[in-house]
Ligand binder design. Structure first.
Ligand code: SAM
Length: 280
C-alpha cells in the first residue's frame, strides 16, 4: 500500500497539464524531450532500486515525470538539479506533495559537485539532456568514489559506445573509460514516440555501477591521455599514434607484451590501463 506522501504525489494533475500551466514548451538548447508515461518512468526508477536510503540525484527533472516515479517507487530523498527556471516553477506542486523528500536546485549539473548533494549511497538517475550527456558522464566517472550507482538514459548510439567490445566500430575512448570505472549493463531501449517532442533517434537506458575503488585507477586523467592519443588516430598503428606520449612507444608496447603494429581498437580495456600505468 502506498504511504500518505505518495498518495499526494499520485494525486497530482497529469504532466501535460503541468507543462501547459507553466508554458514549459520543450526547448532544443536545453535538450528537452519529456517522458509523460508514468509506467515508463516507474520502470526506469525501479531499475535504480533500492531508492529508500542515501540520496537519489536526478539531473534535469523538467516537468517531473521521472521525479514523480522516483518518489512513488519509494525514494527517501531526491535532489533534482535543473537549469531551466520554467521547470523549477513547474516542480513546486510536486515538491509540496513530496512532503520534504524532494529538494530542487537550480543550476548547471556540469558545475555541481555530487558529493555535496547529500549522504551516500548516492544514486544518479536521469533522462539526460543529450547535448551534455557524455560530458556529464565523464565528469561522474572522475568522481566514482562518490557514486554508488547510475541509471541513465542516453541516445542509443552512446550506449552502444559505452558497452562496445574491442574490434568493433563503436569501441573507443568512452567505452574504455566507462568500462574501466564501471560495470556497464544495457537495460532497455525506448522509442522516439515515448517522448514529447520525439527525438530523431532511439534512446537506451543503461546501468553503470562503479567498481570497488581498489580495482580502478585513482587518477583517470592518465587513461584519458592514452586513449585520446590512441583513438585520435584510430587507423594508425600504436607505435605511431603514441609517439607524443612515449619517446619510444614500440619498446613500451613490446615490454607490455603488446604488438607495436596493433591499432587502438585491438587493445582490451586492461591493456590501456597498463599503458596508462607506465606513462612517463
Ligand atoms: N527528466 C525529464 C523527463 O524525463 O521528462 C526531462 C528530461 S530532458 C531529456 C533533460 C532535462 O535536463 C531538461 O529538463 C533540461 O532543462 C535539463 N537540463 C539541460 N541541461 C542541463 C544542465 N546542464 N544541468 C541541469 N539540467 C539540465
Amino acid at each position: 500500500m502506498e504511504t500518505l506522501p505518495n498518495a499526494a504525489v499520485a494525486g497530482l494533475p497529469p504532466l501535460r497539464e503541468t507543462i501547459a500551466a507553466h508554458g514549459l514548451d520543450a526547448r532544443k538548447r536545453f535538450g528537452q524531450h519529456f517522458l509523460l508515461d508514468l509506467n515508463l518512468t516507474r520502470r526506469i526508477a525501479r531499475a535504480a532500486a533500492p531508492l529508500h536510503d542515501g540520496t537519489v540525484i536526478e539531473v534535469g527533472p523538467g516537468p517531473g515525470g521521472l521525479t514523480r516515479a522516483l518518489l512513488l517507487e519509494g525514494a527517501g530523498r531526491v535532489v533534482a538539479v535543473e537549469v531551466d527556471p520554467r521547470a523549477i516553477e513547474a516542480l513546486h506542486d510536486l515538491q509540496a506533495a513530496a512532503a520534504g523528500r524532494l529538494e530542487i536546485i537550480q543550476g548547471d549539473a556540469l558545475s555541481v559537485d555530487v558529493a555535496t548533494l547529500g549522504p551516500a549511497p548516492r544514486r544518479i538517475v536521469a533522462n539526460l539532456p543529450y547535448n551534455v550527456s557524455t560530458a556529464l558522464l565523464v565528469r561522474w566517472l572522475h568522481v566514482a568514489d562518490d557514486i554508488a550507482d547510475m541509471v541513465l538514459m542516453f541516445q542509443k548510439e552512446v550506449v552502444d559506445r559505452l558497452a562496445a567490445t574491442p574490434r568493433s566500430k563503436d569501441y573507443g575512448r568512452l567505452s574504455i573509460l566507462a568500462q574501466h570505472v564501471c560495470e556497464v549493463r544495457r537495460l532497455f531501449d525506448v522509442p522516439p514516440s515515448a517522448f514529447v517532442p520525439p527525438p530523431k533517434v532511439t534512446s537506451s537506458v543503461v546501468r553503470l555501477t562503479p567498481r570497488p575503488a581498489d580495482q580502478r585507477l585513482a587518477d583517470l586523467s592518465r587513461l584519458e591521455k592514452v586513449t585520446a592519443a590512441a583513438f585520435g588516430q584510430r587507423r594508425k598503428m600504436l607505435r605511431g599514434s603514441l609517439l607524443g606520449l612515449f619517446p619510444d612507444p614500440a619498446t613500451v608496447l613490446e615490454q607490455l607484451g603488446l604488438s607495436p603494429r596493433a591499432r587502438a581498437e585491438e587493445l582490451a580495456v586492461a591493456d590501456f590501463v597498463r599503458l596508462a600505468g607506465v606513462l612517463p
